[in-house]
Design a protein around this ligand. Structure first.
Ligand code: 5GP
Ligand code: MG
Ligand code: MG
Length: 183
C-alpha cells in the first residue's frame, strides 16, 4: 500500500513515532513506580485513545486491567460544551480501584474534567489522568494531569488515534492537517 498521499495531507509533523514511543517508555516507568503494590485499571476513552492504550499498556512491565468508555460532548461541531453523554459505559465496578484514564489529547479539558468527577463518584480509590497531548493555550478548566506526553500549540492535529472526519487515525506520528484538506 502506498501511504505517501496520506502523509502529504500533513502540513507538518509535530511528534514522530520514535518520539511517541520514547515518551511512553518514560511515562511507563513513572507509572510503575507510582502504582507499585497497587492494582491498576486503565480506562481508555474511545476512539482516539486506542493507540496510546495499546502502546502504553505494552510498555508497562506489570499486571494491568483495561476497560473502555465512549463519550460525546453535546454542542455544535468542533467546540466542546462540557456537557458529556456516555455512549458506552465501563464494564468494571470501580469500587476501591485505582483508575488511570488514558486519553489522546486534552483541548479545553471539559471532557476530562467531567469524566474524572464521574469516575470518582463511583467509589474509585483514586482517579488519575494520562494524556499523550495537551494544548495549554486551549484549556478552559484546570485539569490536574499526572502524566502528560507533550504540550503542543493550539492547532488541530491528527494521527496516532486522532481523526479528521474519522480518517488519519492510523498515521504513526502526530501532525497538523494541511489547509488544502478542509478548505
Ligand atoms: P476537550 O473536552 O478537552 O475540549 O476535548 C477533547 C476531545 O476533543 C479529544 O478527546 C478529541 O477527541 C477532540 N480533540 C481536541 N483537540 C483535537 C485535535 O487537535 N485534533 C483532533 N483530531 N481531535 C481533537
Ligand atoms: Mg479523546
Ligand atoms: Mg474526533
Amino acid at each position: 500500500m502506498d501511504f505517501t498521499h496520506v502523509e502529504a495531507d500533513l502540513s507538518k509533523t509535530l511528534v514522530t513515532e520514535e518520539e511517541l514511543h520514547a515518551k511512553l517508555e518514560e511515562l511507563a516507568r513513572q507509572i510503575e513506580a507510582d502504582y507499585e503494590g497497587k492494582d491498576l485499571l486503565l480506562v481508555g476513552v474511545l476512539r482516539g485513545a486506542v493507540m496510546v492504550m495499546a502502546d502504553l499498556s505494552r510498555a508497562l512491565r506489570r499486571h494491568i486491567e483495561m476497560d473502555w468508555m465512549a463519550v460525546s460532548s453535546y454542542g455544535s461541531g468542533t467546540v466542546s460544551s462540557g456537557v458529556v453523554r456516555i455512549l458506552k459505559d465501563l464494564d468494571s465496578d470501580l469500587t476501591g480501584r485505582n483508575v488511570l484514564i488514558v486519553e489522546d489529547i486534552i483541548d479545553s479539558g471539559l471532557t476530562l474534567s467531567w469524566l474524572r468527577g464521574n469516575l470518582e463518584s463511583r467509589g474509585a480509590a483514586s482517579v488519575e489522568i494520562c494524556t499523550m497531548l495537551r494544548k495549554p493555550d486551549a484549556l478552559k478548566v484546570e485539569v490536574d494531569v499526572k502524566y502528560c506526553g507533550f504540550d503542543i500549540p493550539n492547532e488541530f492535529v491528527i494521527g496516532y488515534g486522532l481523526d479528521y472526519a474519522e480518517q488519519y487515525r492510523n498515521l504513526r506520528g502526530i501532525g497538523v492537517l494541511a489547509p488544502h484538506v478542509y478548505e
